[in-house]
Write a protein that binds this ligand. Sequence first.
Ligand code: NAD
Length: 306
Amino acid sequence: MKIVMAGAGAMGGRVGLYLTESGQDVVMLDKWQDHVDAMNDNGVTVHSYGETTNHKVKAVFMDDYNEPADLVILLTKALTAEETIDNLIKQGVITKETKVMSLMNGLGHGDMLLKKLSVEQVILAVTMWSAGLKGPGELILEGTGNIEFGYPDGHVDAFIEQLKVILDEAKLNGVISNDIVTSIWNKALVNCCFNTYCSVTDKRIGEFGAYEQADAMLIPLVKEIIAVGATKGAKLDLDATMEKFHKMYSPDVVGLHYPSMTQDIHNGRKTEVDFLTGAVSRFGDEAGIETPYCDILTHLVHQIEK
Ligand code: NAD
């Protein structure tokens, strides 16, 4: 299968590398020229548990590529996703036969893709893998994960079954989902809460959770997101969510981590907040549901970005 990684940063790099090593025909597209050059000149350098290895991949500067793909895996940051899709359609990489799978964090990617592509083309996914980009061509790859994926309406066809085999052969652990919308909202719920609160307080997840009133901050926000998510078909549960959050505070889980949004702020980068609490606010407006917590957190994060 001809697979194009649209965005080959930390996560696109990991997924693209694993697919390449499993024998798929993969092209890594990226707009960071130094990164593209490094991948082509030296391969991808992987740092993992104290070991460094080199892996051959094919990378092309995003705007210069124009061959049709069977599957495009979208792993830019959410901020540049729509522009990327528009360009890849213009460049002939995404044709009417191409499937496009969004693997980004955040909400609203399905709606964006369905404005431009037919319903048969759009696959949504969510991943528990993580990855770091140390510099051009250099990835930090530790831990394990999976990729849950499916059509928005949950039906399964031969392509979905073939994709599971491809992901499993690449050791990416594919999980076919018949309710990918709920899975995406469940991950977004975590990101809406901890990415924003930890960014505003500049705390690690465990430090935030150590505050004795953390639940009083979280519960009204979670309730807001659950109410808005229900209008989009997501089946979310308050008690299960809070139980999951409490487990996350442990240093053995993610308690010692700064969420990715807080890392983006530390690195002076724009965040994906408009696709997290910002998206919940937009969907809330459409549904006539008030979302004061999401509104103010989105503003606070934008204030910090500036
Ligand atoms: P990333 O920042 O590593 O890469 C995104 C884009 O930014 C790439 O095109 C990359 O080349 C470019 N970029 C990165 N550093 C740059 C620099 N210094 N100069 C110029 N360009 C640079 O983003 P990511 O972590 O791969 O995230 C992609 C999507 O995957 C996001 O939606 C994210 O939320 C999601 N995601 C990430 C992880 C993770 O652990 N990294 C896990 C799950 C989901």
